[in-house]
Ligand binder design. Structure first.
Ligand code: GAP
Length: 456
């Protein structure tokens, strides 16, 4: 397992993640995703959406507004309960979460100065809606995407004619004015969430709670996370959020000092949200059960995870260092669905126009099918190392011999095996590998390949 600094440095150096507004000294808890980071994040979101919405009959998606009527946050309990106990150091002025200090601690852990008594601090960002501040409505940037789903429960249920059990999924930005940020993108003030609110008949909630825990556990493993770095931890009663009857965290083993920490939470929210929005809005959000001919308020099971935290976990878990012919090779063994670039096309000689032309042509033919790039900015050894470090699945090399035999070399990221393939077949072969081979090397992919095509 790499330390966090190694990943922060790779992410910066290779164009995954930069500190936000860096040229002005940054802003704590905010990050910008570079060209490779945005691909990784988009791939995570696409994999999640496919698994929880597109491959299921019982979940549909929405995309709700970030700013909502402030009454939503009164009814949901966030205006009163989304608070952290905060203490200030009178000497160095740093702020700490009182619940993260040693019990009874009265001095600053950093400078030894005197700490204030704890005060409650609401971590929602306040903002105004309207052009004149005095007349404007105060509201908050949403601290979770879930409420956009609850207030649309009836719109979705009636327009899509959904019967219980069914779910509504959403991916979107959330904002929290965290007292303590840090550990790179683990705890941010602006982040993205992937949430499902799954509505069930009361009495079946326990069963669905366990089904979703299993479902989500398998999703993380299916994208290649190492099982020894994942575990499920049920919440203690005192830890439960104000709305939850039960909750587990799927935790990841982050590098020390963070250690085991939450990657995804799966909660049984009971009828807390729909009941409170019914009371707050005066609109009946009950569901008519055709079987029993009764109006019921559904219970809710909520799997909720963060895209940024997922990106961090996938980067950490994929990072490998190995010795190859006496040299260190860094390789990101990202799952094929998550790798930002699937194929890099590299000319062996960048000063031979015929070689460059063939390489550019192959890259152009690949692009409609796979995220492919052309690169000739360094020697082939260095280009391979760069592609390994960003997790590119395959490199296609065009050499002088390619001009004669109309074949190119395909190199596999993980095994470093190389095969020669006719240029005419390269697009189909690579599409096959990326679709079928998963994280296995060319040899184990089970795809048809002539034995003499292996480059020794
Ligand atoms: N709707 C339930 C909810 O928001 P949560 O445990 O507070 O529950 C769910 O958040 C997930 O969102 C977490 O498991 C984490 O992955 C992500 N998350 C929460 N706060 C975050 C933060 N400050 N920075 C990055 N990700 C965060």
């Amino acid at each position: 397992m790499p330390d966090m600094e190694t990943i922060v440095s790779l992410a910066k150096r290779r164009g995954f993640i930069f500190p936000s507004s860096e040229i002005y000294g940054g802003l704590g808890g905010f990050w910008d995703y570079g060209p490779l980071g945005v691909e990784l994040k988009n791939n995570i979101k696409a994999a999640w959406w496919k698994a929880v919405v597109q491959e299921r009959d019982d979940v549909v998606g929405i995309d709700a507004a970030i700013l909502m009527n402030p009454a939503v946050w009164q009814s949901s309990g966030h205006a009163d309960s989304f608070v952290e106990p905060l203490v200030d150091c009178l000497s160095c002025k740093k702020r700490f979460r009182a619940d993260k200090l040693a019990p009874g601690q009265t001095t600053c852990p950093e400078c030894g100065g005197e700490l204030t008594a704890p005060r409650w601090f609401n971590t929602m960002f306040r903002t105004f809606v309207g052009p004149v501040e005095d007349d404007a409505i105060h509201t908050w940037l949403r601290p979770e995407t879930a409420q956009g789903i609850f207030v649309n429960f009836q719109n979705v249920q009636t327009t899509m004619r959904k019967k219980l059990p069914f779910g509504i999924a959403q991916i979107g930005k959330a904002f929290r004015n965290e007292i303590v940020t840090g550990n790179f993108i683990f705890r941010d003030r602006e982040f993205e969430q992937m949430e499902v609110e799954y509505f069930v008949k009361p009495g079946t909630d326990e069963e669905w709670y366990h089904r979703w825990i299993e479902e989500r556990w398998n999703w993380w493993l299916g994208l290649g996370l190492r099982p020894e770095n994942l575990r499920i931890r049920p919440h203690e009663k005192e830890e439960l959020a104000h709305y939850a009857r039960a909750c587990v965290d799927i935790e990841y083993r982050f590098p020390e000092p963070l250690g085991w920490a939450e990657l995804e939470g799966i909660a049984n929210r009971q009828d807390y949200d729909l009941a409170h929005h019914t009371a707050g809005s005066g609109k009946d959000l009950s569901y008519f059960d055709e079987e029993t001919k009764e109006h019921i308020t559904p219970y809710v099971i909520e799997p909720s995870s963060g895209v940024d935290r997922a990106a961090l976990v996938f980067l950490l878990d994929a990072y490998h260092e190995e010795q190859v012919r006496g040299e260190k090779r860094v390789v990101l063994r990202l799952h094929k669905d998550l790798a930002p670039i699937k194929v890099a096309v590299l000319p062996l000689l960048r000063n031979r126009p015929e070689v460059v032309a063939v390489a550019r042509q192959i890259a152009a033919r690949l692009k409609p099918h796979l995220n492919a790039m052309y690169d000739d900015t360094a020697s082939i050894g260095r280009l391979y190392r760069r592609q390994d470090e960003i997790g590119t699945l395959y490199c296609v090399t065009v050499d002088v011999q390619s001009l004669d035999d109309q074949q190119v070399t395909i190199r596999d990221r993980d095994s470093m095996e190389q095969i020669r393939v006719p240029i005419a077949e390269v697009v189909d072969v690579l599409r096959g590998y990326v679709r079928e081979s998963g994280n296995r090397g060319i040899r184990e992919s089970g795809l048809p390949m002539s034995p003499d095509s292996l480059v020794p």
